[in-house]
Design a protein around this ligand. Structure first.
Ligand code: BGC
Length: 766
């Protein structure tokens, strides 16, 4: 048999199963196609351009259009003429109802609007930032988080979220790593699919499911030096094998939309990239939904130096496959002209409109344009006790235990005196993180509150702010101001620490210090946090350090000196309660890092699945040599590697085996391992499965995650975990850009993180 190549195999399977490739596409429904045809046939060119135009909600739709506001008046007129296909940032049952009514009752064809909003990690009940959720490695929890977000958003009139962000992130300087799932394409793909399922469910037309968006196509996470919006230069190999897998999975599993990205990719702005949008997404992967630009990204092609004016930007955008224009007004002003002058073939416009209408039919908007605007649901389904309980559950699953040297954790609830230290410990805003939807400022449970909720009145809890961070919360600019800390809070903190049995010290970054536009060259602890940590440590060894951050923080002194360390990200509405659950042992932590924590920014980009250079280690007899791929001033390894995370119990791995050591291309083998909870409390373990392809037509990473399973084990209990390996597990986009497995030797590895693994060999034969 020849080497397996996916296009052939995939096509063959589809034909065998369904009799037609077409029928397999999750977004293809013949009845809907007929309806789309009939609407399209009625539309004027102006109305078509209108469907491709998305505007930001620019006035309060619950009142009359403000008379004196020319901008609002123009928008209102546009809406009434069918000149807008979608609004973003208009939320609330009443506001969306009014906006929809304006369109449905006044425009000639009454084609309903779609309402888009960035529901990134919750709507009003805020869940952990996506990077934190990825640390849970818990696909069910992540799906549930997206489900709750969809239930709340859809009750407030929103039927489309610009999530999940599936950009692989290897550079913690880039503030948007908080919004993704970290450095690994496999984990990222599982998280992407879980989120899509939670948002869309299997019935997109349901009143409480919302359309998802895979973003940003593509390469946005690889901006040079982690500076947001910066240029991206990556080879095809990395593009196909690292950056694109989550996009491909979303496309093939029925995501409704994709968003392109601000960056240029190898010299072409993503918004004008025909290869990405048409060749790959729409043709090769068969995507039938539509692509939305990012905010103003059509217009920004002028700044890139790609389009000479807005008209040419519109031309570049529509011909390369971007369907809807978010806030560039390029399609609004130029599409009709471009078609009438013959510069743009109407087929491009028709295709884009067809895609938008298709999704409006899938959402059921033509049957009932108002179904999401339900004030009763809005009053009853948002920020409920039940949703908050789920948010707490997901939050506790996202906390990574990095160190527990003296087994100080979990802390006994009868500890007489606990000193809580740190500005972030009492901060009710930071846990909401960036992209907090309609989460209310200052609405999170702080860690201090969480601790007070957890312990009885016989435990004395003291609090000292200690260090200061930015002044004030909740504003974009404030979090970026780092006023000098005069150290006036140090004395109180140190004296509280001296008197306490246990100290819980919180350090990190504020909620708006990571996120879009929040790139930093220095990602260590700001201000005098580390200094205070050292002072506190001098007077009390029993310190549990909690890091709250939207990205991996680089602070080797902290990591090396802290004896008990929890990485608690920005965990959302219930953050404080969830961290307390872990601190006091009501929940045994099981999360694992989705992104390596560097020792130094100079190591960035740093990731576990690197390719070996020609001089990976000193050669024989080279002791002391510098001529190998290393830093002269620090190890190559990160502080904490991808997949790392501890538990309050111990797990033993044994009986690692594979059913055969040689596998034919059309065969499969089973890899099994037994995991035993040999410690003294029940706990969950994320069993991780990696491979390495030893020799290939293009160099393969030293390790690649190919599977994981999160299992619960009582004390003394053992479970056997099985991973199935077939050609697809071993396949990659090879030197000829075909997805295939190449015969040869592979290592199969299982373990508790990407470093501590056991290895077996497998030979793949033709
Ligand atoms: C971001 C997108 C977001 C859009 C709409 C842009 O600045 O890059 O991810 O969906 O704004 O808010």
């Amino acid at each position: 048999m020849n080497k397996m190549v996916r296009p052939f195999f995939f096509t063959l399977m589809l034909i065998l199963i369904s009799g037609s490739v077409f029928a397999q596409n999750p977004l293809t429904n013949e009845k809907i196609e007929q309806k789309v045809d009939s609407v399209l046939a009625l539309m004027t060119l102006e109305e078509k351009a209108g469907q491709l135009n998305q505007h930001n909600g620019s006035w309060d739709f619950t009142g009359p259009v403000p008379d004196g506001n020319e901008y609002a008046q123009t928008r209102a007129a546009l809406l009434k003429n069918g000149g807008v296909g979608s609004l973003l940032n208009v939320t609330g049952a009443k506001a969306t109802y009014e906006a929809q009514k304006l369109v449905v009752e006044n425009s000639r064809l009454g084609i309903p609007l779609i309402f888009g909003f960035d529901v990134i990690h919750g709507f009003k009940t805020i869940f952990p930032i996506p990077l934190a959720e990825a640390a849970s490695w818990d696909v069910k929890a992540v799906e549930q988080s997206a489900r709750v977000a969809a239930i709340e958003a859809s009750a407030a009139g929103v039927n489309w979220t610009f999530a999940p962000m599936v950009d692989v992130g290897r550079d913690a300087r880039w503030g948007r790593v908080m919004e993704g799932s970290g450095e690994d394409p496999y984990l990222g793909t599982q998280m992407a699919l879980a989120r899509m399922q939670g948002f869309q469910t299997s019935d997109l037309s349901s009143y409480n499911s919302i359309m998802a968006t895979g973003k940003h196509l593509a390469g946005y996470g690889f901006s040079e030096s982690g500076r947001d919006y910066n240029t991206v230069d990556v080879g095809k190999h990395t593009l196909l094998n690292i950056i694109l897998p989550p996009f491909e999975a979303l496309a093939k599993n029925g995501v409704g939309t994709f968003m392109n990205s601000f960056n240029d990719l190898n010299g072409i702005p993503a918004n004008g990239d025909t290869y990405l949008q048409r060749t790959l997404l729409k043709e090769d992967w068969g995507f039938e939904g539509f692509i939305i630009s990012d905010w103003g990204s059509i217009r920004q092609m002028i700044n890139h130096g790609y389009s000479k004016d807005l008209k040419q930007a519109a031309y570049h955008s529509i011909t390369s496959g971007n369907d809807m224009d978010m806030e560039s007004e390029a399609y609004q002003h130029h599409l009709v002209d471009l078609v009438e002058s013959g510069e743009v073939d109407i087929k491009f416009v028709d295709e884009a409109v067809r895609r938008v209408l298709r999704m409006k039919f899938h959402l059921g908007l033509f049957d009932d344009p108002y179904k999401y605007s339900d004030e009763t649901r809005e009053a009853n389904m948002i920020y409920t006790e039940e949703h908050r309980a789920i948010a707490r559950d997901v939050a506790k699953r996202s906390i990574v235990l990095l160190k527990n040297e003296n087994e100080l954790l979990p802390i006994s609830k009868s500890t007489p005196k606990i000193a809580v230290i740190g500005h972030l410990a009492a901060d009710k805003d930071t846990p909401l993180g960036n992209w907090r939807g309609r989460g209310e400022s200052e609405s999170a449970v702080s860690l201090l509150e969480g601790i007070e909720n957890a312990v009885g009145s016989d435990v004395e809890v003291t609090y000292a702010e200690g260090y200061t961070l930015a002044e004030g919360n909740g504003s974009f600019s404030q979090a970026l101001n780092f006023p000098k800390d005069d150290g006036s809070g140090f004395d109180d903190a140190v004296s509280n620490a001296r008197e306490a049995d246990v100290v819980i010290m919180v350090v990190g970054e504020e909620g708006l210090q990571s996120g879009e536009g929040r790139s930093q060259t220095d990602i260590s602890l700001k201000g005098r946090q580390l200094e205070l940590f050292k002072l506190v440590q001098e007077v009390n060894d029993n310190i549990v350090t909690v890091v709250m951050a939207g990205r991996p923080i680089v602070e080797p002194e902290l990591y090396e000196n802290a004896s008990s360390l929890l990485y608690a990200w920005h965990l959302g509405t219930e953050a404080g309660n969830a961290i307390a659950d872990v601190l006091f042992g009501d929940y045994n932590p099981a999360a694992k890092l989705p992104m390596s924590i560097p020792r130094d920014v100079g190591q960035i980009p740093i990731y576990y699945n690197f390719r070996n250079p020609g001089r990976p280690t000193p050669g024989p007899g080279d002791a002391g040599s510098v001529f190998w791929s290393q830093f002269n001033d620090m190890p190559n390894s990160p502080q904490y590697i991808f997949g790392y995370g501890l538990s309050y119990t111990e797990f033993e791995y044994s009986d690692f085996s594979v059913t055969k050591n040689t596998m034919a291309m059309d065969d499969e083998v089973e890899v099994t391992v037994t995991v035993k909870n040999s410690g003294s409390v029940a706990g969950e373990e994320v069993v991780q499965f990696y491979i390495k392809d030893h020799f290939a037509s293009a160099i393969r990473p030293v390790k690649e995650l190919k599977g994981f399973e999160k299992i619960m084990l009582e004390t003394g209990e053992s479970k056997t975990v099985t991973f199935i390996v077939n050609w697809e597990t071993l396949a990659f986009y090879a030197a000829d850009e075909q997805f295939k497995a190449e015969p040869g030797m592979f290592s199969l590895m299982v373990g508790t993180n990407s470093n501590d693994v056991q290895t077996l060999e497998l030979e793949l034969v033709e």
